[in-house]
Design a protein around this ligand. Structure first.
Ligand code: AMP
Length: 358
């Protein structure tokens, strides 16, 4: 049983974006403090944290000082260099652990892990060269999606291939590899499940949400998920539990799933709190941010049962002009990230529209 961090203990958070900001706010609600580490002096989490370090990921001295100032380390995005974890892990507990981060960072490792855990994914092949791609297309067929193996997010670094003749151009467009080719899944809906595992191995999952993407960016999450057949709801939760157990995971995990007539396929996992879990802030007594802090602080998990129906809408770029209207709309809870600069495609906040549970 892990030690339960007492009031005043410091949660070190790598990354100071909106997820780090909402983690810091959840930590504060539990009487804990947050120390943000981010190379960006304008990182939005700094506004709500007790302390912040502005330094690069390769700054070993700054990382050592950060470790000395915190009681536990976590992260808010999966593209933290593994070397950062390797520097910090001998000094302080890091949750989720290195294996979860390494698995989620690289699509070939991720798909291999999921399949080895007995979970179904799209058919896939690792692609290191034009010859690999031709061979993979021969096996998987078209349409297919070619994705960079690393650093993909919000639909970036991926391209559809509808004809094998497009292969060379597609590989060049995503930087030449390493990459992964995936068969195109004919899904009826995309859902995600947010689940947590405590230091003592207790698991809790939130209700699955249904996600709508626009231009590769999450637009809306609806809970309960309207297109998820009842028989698949428990499947989604069991899939998440299996992943948590297989990774000996501590913290909150997001699992993105495709709904098909034959069942659920796993698209990807995120070893962190997840945009599609923001509805929990107004739909549950204990939201995903507090659940993550509880897990990594050695606390028992909280009550994540859903008391309301929620539609979470991301406020992206120019959507900020709608804030005055949304602020005056009954049943809407606003969560704004305090980002100074509005840019097209930038997540500026989100709005949770709540109704009593049907
Ligand atoms: P990803 O970055 O892997 O989450 O992909 C972004 C989005 O592209 C997903 O949310 C899906 O809408 C779509 N997508 C990704 N992979 C596939 C696939 N194998 N088949 C169909 N659609 C996909």
């Amino acid at each position: 049983m892990a030690e339960r961090l007492p009031t005043g203990a410091v949660i070190g958070i790598l990354g100071g974006g909106q997820l780090g900001r909402m983690l810091a706010m959840a930590a504060a609600r539990l009487g804990l403090r947050a120390h943000i580490y981010d190379p960006d002096p304008a990182a939005p989490a700094r506004d709500v944290a007790t302390a912040a370090t502005c330094a690069g990921w390769a700054d070993g001295a700054a990382l050592a000082r950060f470790a000395a100032a915190v009681d536990v380390v976590t992260y808010e995005f999966e593209n933290i260099p593994l070397e950062v974890i390797d520097t910090l892990a001998p000094l302080r507990p890091v949750h989720p652990g290195r294996r979860a981060l390494a698995t989620a960072q690289e699509r070939v490792a991720e798909k291999s892990f999921l399949n080895a855990a007995g979970l179904v994914t799209a058919p896939w092949a690792a692609v290191g060269s034009a010859a690999d791609l031709a061979e993979a297309l021969g096996r998987i067929g078209t349409p297919a999606i070619l994705k960079t193996a690393r650093m993909g997010y919000d639909g970036k670094g991926q391209i559809r291939i509808t004809d094998p003749a497009e292969a060379p151009g597609a590989l060049a467009a995503i930087g030449g590899g390493p990459a992964i080719l995936e068969g195109m899944v004919a899904f009826s809906a995309e859902v995600s499940v947010i689940a947590a595992r405590s230091a003592s191995g207790e698991v809790a999952a939130y209700d699955p949400g249904e996600n709508l993407h626009e231009g590769g960016i999450l637009r809306r999450t609806t809970v309960p998920a309207p297109s998820l057949p009842a028989r698949h709801r428990s499947d989604a939760v069991l899939i998440a539990a299996r992943i948590l157990g297989a990774l000996d995971y501590v913290g909150v995990l997001g699992v993105e799933l495709f709904v098909t007539p034959g069942g659920l396929l796993v698209n990807e996992i995120a070893p962190r709190v997840h945009n599609s879990g923001h509805w929990t802030q107004n739909g549950c007594a204990v939201d995903q941010f507090e659940q993550h802090i509880r897990a990594i602080a050695g606390w028992p998990l909280g009550d994540g049962s859903r008391h309301s129906d929620v539609v979470m809408e991301n406020l992206i770029g120019a959507d900020m002009a709608r804030v005055p209207d949304l602020a005056a709309t009954p049943g809407v809870a606003l969560h704004l990230y305090g980002k100074a600069e509005v840019r097209a495609g930038r997540k500026m906040g989100h709005a949770n529209r709540i109704r009593p549970r049907a």
